[in-house]
Design a binder for this molecule. Structure first.
Ligand code: CTP
Length: 222
């Protein structure tokens, strides 16, 4: 399969030297890209700014903002059979980032915000019947309800939900615990494990969905 993975945070500029971002380390997305490569797939990894070495044999595409990431995803969309969106993309960005450095003596800045592009929502209508889109949902409350809502709203085939309220797993940790929700209604629990192990489970699930979709298309033709 051709597998497109996004990873890490995005950065949205506030002024010439400052940005707003989040705690994503990129580890989960990098682990998914590695697992996909090890399973024999052709992998492109679109990465926000992180401090991780690129996985071996994977084509790297480096981005900074949510808009950059959307552009990169759009450029590889027709190529991919599977998209795994593990990136923690900004929801909001400063509307008019200052071109110069804001000065302390000017007092606390008043920042006007606007929505950053929602990548999965933007590409949902472009999805081909045999393509598999898998999202991630990082939640602190109502994990199951929120994950299922995003699965439907973003027209995904699956979503990997993780509880980021615990500080020994999820954001910036080598550990994670996932619940995998499929659009078919199937639910799979991946108990606390390294992100490498979690990533293998995610890959196994998307491979299964891909085979099922291909099979369905084949049956329609014959
Ligand atoms: N996502 C995206 N574009 C965004 C924000 C998120 O494509 N601007 C993707 C993420 O990569 C993830 C999924 O959408 O795969 C869910 O992200 P999450 O931040 O959990 O959901 P939001 O849609 O931002 O919803 P909320 O802020 O209500 O949690």
């Amino acid at each position: 399969m051709n597998v497109l993975v996004t990873a890490g945070p995005t950065r949205e500029p506030l002024d010439a030297v400052r940005f707003i971002s989040n705690r994503s380390s990129g580890r989960m997305g990098y682990a998914v890209a590695s697992a996909a490569k090890k399973a024999g797939h052709c992998v492109r990894l679109i990465s926000g700014p992180v401090a991780l070495p690129p996985p071996k044999g994977v084509r790297m595409i480096r981005v900074v903002t949510a808009q950059d990431m959307l552009d990169a995803v759009l450029a590889s969309l027709a190529w991919c059979d599977v998209l795994v969106m593990a990136a923690a993309v900004a929801d909001w960005r400063p509307k008019k980032p200052a071109a110069r450095k804001l000065k302390k003596q000017d007092g606390p800045p008043r920042v006007e915000w606007e929505a950053a592009p929602d990548i999965l929502q933007t590409i949902a209508p472009l999805k081909k019947p045999t393509q598999v889109f898998c999202g991630f949902a990082a939640e602190t409350n109502d994990l199951a309800r929120e994950a299922k809502r995003k699965l439907r709203r973003k027209n995904l085939d699956a979503i990997a939900a993780n509880d980021v309220s615990k500080n020994n797993q999820g954001f910036d940790s080598i550990w994670n615990a996932l619940t995998l929700y499929r659009a078919s209604g199937e639910v799979r629990v991946v108990p606390r494990a390294t992100k490498e192990k979690c990533a293998r489970q995610v890959m196994q699930m998307v491979e299964e969905i891909f085979v099922e979709k291909k099979d369905k298309k084949f049956r329609k033709i014959y």
